[in-house]
Design a protein around this ligand. Structure first.
Ligand SMILES: [Zn+2]
Length: 421
């Protein structure tokens, strides 16, 4: 008998984790963190028969607890080489800024590299006596994968986070997937429709050019992994004139180095390389204030203006009406970015900043929207049973309902629920 247990990301976004057992062997898919205070993780698994850990992608809500597992088990970690390298970067950063105690040490993060068996898309690997695993491109961030596990004659797909739409940085997710019996799917934007990506890119370019032509500086706070590099590629491919400099700051700099080493995960390695060569890397505060004065585009984490170098830039650009602050992702309520959008003000460090700069939002999503999600899921052959995870509770319900309307069996997974396979 085999069994699948949903360890986390049930009616929530964060601490993803799925455990598949067959007789005395098991495999784990993702083991992420949720940034509560202190940070929370899925319940610890028994690692005795653990054959492997598969990781969908580097984001910490999927990878943030992996060192806790590897310190207890010699099981190999299966993921793409890009996911391995990006995870190490993000885990180190999490360790450095963490306020609460973590269930692993800084040294344990090195196990991610040591125990990793780098795996290519479409490659099938046997795990123990009972399992087989294949990774498929998920189109979410470079190196991201859907994990397909075969056990007991059945195939289970864990979509991880996916985007079926290609971007200037990522090729879209693999659409024509093989037959599956069970699909565990994310539902982040199950209640949202995204505008066409070309339209968002065009609007973003219009904002950038307008600002630069009136002599202002553009600040684009962006996530370090993926979004910062996508902005670089958009500016390059949509022909931002070379007289306007592009600057990059924060952890996005190290992410660039990783992606230059793994060009096979990019939509256009040549365009990315061109974008990298024209981008100025910022090293210190003197360069930061020079960049603000020079009238160019500054791309800097954090994406919601919470910490990171983007906050330093915010203080320098906010009071000049010639400047623009362009938000390029969803802004979680109670973040400085959300406050800025709603009120044109930001409270930080006990001070209230009244923002005179132009504020825009051009939301580039790295997840499929409700239509894209349903399209991809309904194409999976084999009449699979669906379990929705990784979304607000209402989004998990909404996706299950939409699948049921299409006469498919769908359930919302509940935390620590186990199903027989
Ligand atoms: Zn993600």
């Amino acid at each position: 008998m085999s069994q699948l247990t949903f360890l986390g990301s049930c009616r929530e976004i964060g601490r993803s984790g799925f455990f598949v057992e067959q007789n005395d062997e098991s495999v784990l898919i993702d083991y992420g963190v949720m940034f509560t205070e202190p940070p929370s993780f899925p319940d610890m698994i028994h690692t005795d028969g653990l054959q492997a850990v598969a990781l969908t992608h580097a984001h910490l809500d999927h990878s943030g607890g992996i060192p806790r597992i590897l310190r207890e088990s010699e099981a190999s970690l299966f993921c793409t080489p890009a996911t391995r390298d990006l995870s190490v970067l993000l885990l180190r950063d999490m360790f450095n800024i963490s306020r609460g105690p973590l269930p692993f040490t800084r040294k344990d993060i090195a196990l991610v590299r040591r125990q990793c068996q780098a795996t290519a898309y479409e490659e099938t690997v046997p795990l123990g006596h009972h399992f087989e695993m294949t990774l498929f491109n998920a189109g979410h961030i470079p190196g991201s994968a859907m994990v397909s596990v075969r056990v007991n004659g059945k195939r289970i797909l864990f979509t991880g986070d996916f985007n079926a739409t290609e971007s200037q940085l990522n090729p879209g997710a693999r659409i024509n997937l093989p037959k599956h019996d069970i699909v565990v799917t994310e539902s982040t934007y199950a209640r949202r429709t995204n505008p066409k990506r070309e339209d968002i890119e065009e609007a973003l370019m219009d904002t950038v050019i307008e600002t630069l032509e009136r002599g202002g500086t553009v600040l684009i706070p962006a996530f370090a992994v993926g979004r910062s590099q996508e902005i670089m590629c958009i500016l390059e491919r949509r022909g931002l004139p070379y007289k306007y400099p592009i600057y990059l700051d924060g952890m996005a700099r190290s992410v660039n180095d990783v992606l230059v080493r793994h060009p096979e995960y990019l939509q256009s390695p040549q365009a990315f390389q061109r974008a990298v060569s024209r981008t100025h890397i910022i090293q210190d505060n003197r360069e930061r204030s020079n960049a603000v004065k020079s009238g160019g585009v500054i791309i800097s984490p954090a994406g919601m203006l919470k910490g990171g170098a983007s906050h330093l830039y915010f203080k320098m650009v906010h009071d000049n009406p010639k400047n623009s602050i362009v938000l390029v992702s969803f802004q979680i309520p109670d973040t400085p970015g959300a406050e800025l959008l709603a009120t044109h003000k930001v409270t930080a460090g006990g001070r209230l900043f009244d923002v005179k700069a132009d504020v825009r939002q051009h939301h580039l999503s790295s997840h499929s929207d409700s239509r894209g999600m349903l399209d991809m899921l309904l194409k999976i052959p084999g009449e699979p049973v669906f379990y929705t995870v990784h979304g607000e509770s209402e989004s998990c319900d909404a996706l299950a309902e939409r699948l049921e309307k299409r006469k498919r069996e769908a359930h919302v997974a509940e935390i620590n629920e186990s199903i027989e396979i």
